[in-house]
Design a protein around this ligand. Structure first.
Ligand code: ZN
Length: 137
């Protein structure tokens, strides 16, 4: 079994943003040489998330709007006493820090409408993702 790890840099341009990183992840899979296995896409940040869904601009606005309604900024959180971004931490916990995607024939086995997203919740700032690819060459 081969294990391949690569870091991917992401640059968010807005305070909250949903960035399609599918092509970057696919190119890591190609470089890994793994034909059959799994890719784990993981963010090491506490105010960002990784998610899979459809890259449709109104849907992305809806998702960000729902997150803001569920966990509005400045709603009396204790963490805001020291850092002023509790909402972003809580939103990130709801979405999760990673996704695992099956690989077959050296390709991510995503559905027709599925894309891999990096979700910025406290930007803009430079961010890093880890992609670990494991499987048979
Ligand atoms: Zn914080």
């Amino acid at each position: 079994m081969k294990v391949f790890i690569e870091e991917v840099s992401v640059r968010s341009e807005k305070p909250v943003d949903i960035l399609d990183i599918t092509e970057e992840i696919s190119s890591v899979v190609r470089r890994s040489g793994v034909r059959s296995g799994v890719a784990v896409v993981f963010t090491k940040h506490t105010t960002a998330a990784v998610a899979i869904n459809e890259n449709e601009s109104r849907l992305k606005q809806d998702v960000l709007s729902v997150l803001q309604k569920l966990v509005p900024k400045g709603a009396g959180y204790k963490h805001d006493e020291i850092d002023d971004n509790a909402h972003a931490h809580i939103q990130a916990m709801l979405l999760g820090a990673s996704e695992s995607i099956p690989i077959n024939d050296s390709r991510l086995q995503l559905g027709t409408w599925q894309r891999v997203f990096f979700v910025e919740l406290d930007g803009p700032r430079p961010r890093r993702l880890l992609v670990q690819v494991m499987g048979e060459e």
